[in-house]
Design a protein around this ligand. Structure first.
Ligand code: CA
Length: 276
């Protein structure tokens, strides 16, 4: 679990500007999508400012936002939650990632929210949980572990997007009048060898892969695999991806390739393997 309050603030400022602009032009029903890099997308249904901050007095109550992925397969990378106010010096909360029937997709994650972190985006990195959906919506929920505190951010100044839900410890029901301030960072699994090559070039130019020789070497492997695919030699192509490409990426993960980038490359290669 990583918390990125500082980058969260900068992102929030950026998104406030972008979403304000989007709302001024036309009210939007679909997610306002702010692309952070070619392979990740933040799903946003709020305007970045909270007007009120509800909390459950009963422990176990939850606030949630329903997300629709812009593509499949989709990997859930981060849950981002914005609290309106905190009355205690700190409070624990529990973050759930749920499928479209409100079943946990991964073990819930406990997080402590500290005073000073209200009105910032707190990010929970779930990329290592390998939550990949092939279809369907998902929910991110914040569970109240202390009655009455903290207060979740609730955006009531922008048109309700029909995404907000509540759990009263017994059942779930929609909260149509507001936009609870929960966002999701999702990533795509690339579907073709060509897409994977493009992604590697982009990761190289962004510094996510910090060595040009490695970029060249990875692309060379994919070129070989693509040629084998073109010749109908699928098993040989798979062997290049599996025994050569994936192994090299894994070996360089956290060294010359950022862990997150390596994870996307490996998952994508595995996905391509599964559909070749
Ligand atoms: Ca607002």
């Amino acid at each position: 679990m990583k918390r990125k309050a500082v980058s969260g603030i900068m992102l929030t400022l950026l998104l406030i500007g972008m979403s304000t602009l989007a709302f001024n032009i036309q009210p939007v029903k679909a997610a306002m999508v702010a692309s952070e890099s070619p392979s990740t997308t933040e799903l946003v249904y709020d305007d970045g400012t909270s007007e009120v901050g509800p909390a459950w007095n009963v422990v176990g109550g939850m606030f949630a936002v329903q997300f629709t992925a812009p593509f499949y397969p989709v990997k859930i990378l981060e849950a981002r939650i914005f609290f309106h106010a905190l009355n205690n010096p700190s409070d624990p909360i529990r973050v759930h990632i749920l499928d479209d029937e409100f079943n946990d997709l991964t073990e819930p994650i406990d997080l402590t929210v500290y005073q000073g972190e209200e009105k910032t985006w707190l990010s929970v990195d779930v990329s290592s949980r390998n939550i990949v959906l092939l279809s369907g919506d998902f929910f991110i929920a914040s569970e109240q572990l202390v009655g009455g505190d903290p207060d979740i951010g609730s955006d009531t100044s922008s048109p309700p997007q029909g995404r907000s839900w509540e759990f009263n410890t017994v059942s779930w029901y929609p909260q149509p009048g507001t936009n609870y301030m929960i966002r999701a960072l999702v990533g795509t699994l690339l579907r073709t060898i060509e897409e994977l090559k493009t992604e590697i070039e982009e990761l190289g130019s962004e510094g996510e892969i910090d060595n040009k020789g490695i970029v060249k070497s990875l692309i060379a492997k994919l070129n070989v695999a693509q040629k084998l695919v073109d010749k109908g030699k699928i098993d040989e192509a798979k062997s290049i991806l599996e025994d050569d490409f994936i192994i090299q990426v894994q070996n360089l993960s956290g060294i010359h390739i950022t862990v997150k980038a390596a994870d996307i490359l490996v998952q994508s290669a595995e996905h391509i393997l599964s559909i070749l």
